[in-house]
Structures are given as C-alpha cells and as structure tokens.
Design a binder for this molecule. Structure first.
Ligand code: PLP
Length: 361
C-alpha cells in the first residue's frame, strides 16, 4: 500500500531508549520508567493521578470496578464505538446498554441516554469519539449522572491531545478517564492503557486492582482482591520518547483534517463530522460517503488504504440486541476512515483527495 490508512511512527529515539534500558540491567517489568511515564501523562493532562495498565479495554474494566460497578449492573455505552467499550463491562458480568449517538459528533445522545436509565443502571461510559465532545456538553452528562446517582466514566481512548472548551483535558471530568496506547493512537507503546483521575481514593483502588490487591509494591499482604494488569518498563521507555513528540503530532493531525476539508468540502457525496479544531485533535479522518465499497475499491487500485468505521454494536453477532439506532446504523453503512497517519505529507493528502474527486466526478 503506497498510502496506508494508518501506520505507527517510531524513530531512532525510541530504539535508543530501549537499547539503553536493556543495557542498564532493568527488569523490564513495571517500575521506575513506568512511574516517570505516568508523571509525564499526568503533567500533560493536568490530572492528579495517572495509572498505566495493559490496554485501553482493561483500563475501562478497572475504572468500572474501582467505581463499584458490579456484575448485574447496567452500563450505558454508545452504539457507535469500538466494541471494547461494551466488552469492558461485559467482562465482569455487567450489562452494556446500547444508546445511539449524536449525528454531528458521534458522542452519546444525552436525551437517549437519559431515556435508557433504569433502576439497574450504575454507570455511563461517555466515549469522546475521535476526540470530540458531545454537543450537549460534558456538563450535561455530569448532571445526568448526578441526578440518577450514576458514575460517569470517560472512555477517552481516542482523545489524547483533546480538551473540552473549558480547557480541561478529556478524561478529567468524569470520576475517571480511560485511554489507550495501542498502535493506531497519536502516540503508542504497542499495547497499553492508562487512567487519569483527580480522586485519590479511586487512584489508590486502581493501583491495588492492577497489582493483585497488594497494599504496597514488593509486599504480599492483600486486603482486597486484585489482578495482574500491570504495564512494563520496556513499553514505558518507548512511551517516554513518544510523549516528547505528542504536541507536534497534535498540531499535524489538525492540519491534516483542515487539508482534507478544504480539498473535499465541495464534493456532495462526502460529509465531514463537526470537529472543534481549537480544542480537540482528530485521531482519524472520518467521513460519511456515498457508494462506500466502490470508493474503497477505487482507492485500493491506486494503493490508498481506507477502513470502514465501526458497525452498530447492537447488530454485531457478538451482541445481537434488538433496537433501532439510526445514527450508528448510518455510520455502519457510510462511515469511512481515510488515511490518517501523523506522518502523511501534504502531497499524499492531495493524492488521496484527487483520487476521491476523480471517483465522484
Ligand atoms: C473508544 C475505544 N475504547 C476502548 C478501546 C480499547 O483500547 P485497547 O485497544 O487499548 O484495548 C478502543 C480501541 O480502539 C477504543 O477506540
């Protein structure tokens, strides 16, 4: 593929850091490098606490467990999201309840979320889709959660570098915010997840939950049940170097979306979602397009990668839940991710846009 839909961006700095670490006698497992990495993330997001873990799915499970969500509880999740959001609740016996999203932002629809609250509902997982915040405003979700005694968890897996209009980094408004460092992210550690919170008690519970319930490191006293969901210092070496490149990539991601919008804005068959480029960072370039499969075929012939956006989760064989969710169904039919890597050149973006224009003309 000449222009892949996405590819990670790792450089000499990461290779050198891993090499130096390997020669230093480090134990690879989670230790000082991970603490340093957590501090960098806490500083960047402004959160009081950051806790690294194995991935962005387990981090959501940990968030729910640390907030006392239990088996049998209902958790409201968007019907448009990576299926991991729902699975993270399913994993410990909670029941994900699928709610449609706003057409402009693909974040949860506040009215539909409120209508889905039952006596069993315990939490809302607000996914800040592609770094976007809901049109209703995140405060409306805080209010909804407060009125019904629910926990608000932000699934900000796609939102490093994105802030709400009041300046708070995504993930800082709910009780806890969850992120992913998997390969397609703006920066990556291969696999990896992290949680941010300003609540010291929740942070403490999270640290215990991911370390067998130990009361402290290097100690085998357990007051509560926990698991092994720890990170590794080897990954932290990569992450520390990637953090140095974050802000530059955030700026580039914004420019990339601007260029796509300028070049494709006049094509009727292509629609962009709303994105506040002052405060938020598009992770992927997402569009709705007509004749999606044919467009993908056309792009593929000239070596341009693209990827179909997430299908509606309630229709996935894994869940098969009844319900009509028009926005997520529309995305399931017309949603497409265009090449979105931070290292795309202006010339490559032009090639992609020319090829799309050629297809529709
Ligand atoms: C919104 C959302 N939540 C959770 C996850 C899961 O993250 P991970 O792949 O690190 O488990 C993803 C991954 O794509 C995601 O997009």
């Amino acid at each position: 593929m000449t222009i892949p839909q996405m590819e990670p961006w790792l450089g000499e700095e990461e290779a050198t850091a891993v090499n130096d670490y390997m020669r230093s006698g480090g134990w690879l497992m989670e230790h000082d490098k991970s603490r340093q990495f957590e501090s960098l993330i806490a500083d960047y997001t402004g959160a009081s606490h950051c806790i690294v873990t194995v991935n962005g799915t387990v981090s959501l499970t940990l968030a729910a467990l640390a907030c006392d969500v239990k088996a049998g509880d209902e958790v409201i999740v968007p019907n448009y999201t990576m299926i991991a959001t729902a699975n993270s609740a399913y994993l410990f016996g909670a029941s994900p309840v699928f709610v449609d999203v706003e057409p402009e932002t693909l974040c949860l629809d506040i009215n539909k979320a409120e209508a889905a609250v039952t006596t069993k509902t315990r939490a809302i997982m607000l996914v800040t889709a592609n770094g976007r915040y809901p049109k209703a405003g995140v405060e409306a979700f805080v209010d909804l959660a407060d009125r019904h005694g629910l926990v608000l968890i932000e699934d900000a897996a796609q939102s490093l570098g994105s802030r709400y209009p009041d300046g708070r980094h995504m993930g800082r408004v709910g009780k806890v915010g969850s992120f992913s460092f998997s390969v397609p992210r703006v920066i990556t550690t291969g696999q990896g997840g992290y949680l941010i919170t300003d609540d010291g008690e929740v942070a403490e519970r999270l640290r215990k939950l991911k370390d067998f319930g130990r009361i402290a490191g290097g100690n085998d006293t357990h007051q509560s049940v926990g698991y092994n969901f720890k990170f590794t210092d080897l990954q932290a070496c990569v992450g520390i170097e990637q953090m140095k490149k974050l802000q530059q990539r955030v700026e580039r991601k914004k420019q990339i979306l601007l260029r796509y919008r300028q070049a494709l804005g006049a094509i009727e068959s292509v629609t962009f979602f709303e994105q506040d480029l002052v405060n938020t960072t598009p992770w992927f370039i997402d569009i709705l397009c007509e004749r999606r499969a044919d467009l993908q075929g056309h792009l593929k012939k000239v070596g341009i990668g693209s990827r179909v956006m997430y299908p509606p989760i309630n229709r996935q064989e894994a869940y098969q839940r009844a319900g009509h969710h028009p926005v997520s169904e529309l995305v399931g039919m017309k949603g497409l991710w265009l090449p979105s890597s931070s290292q795309l050149t202006d010339q490559q973006i032009e090639m992609v846009c020319d090829s799309i224009a050629e297809f529709y003309n």
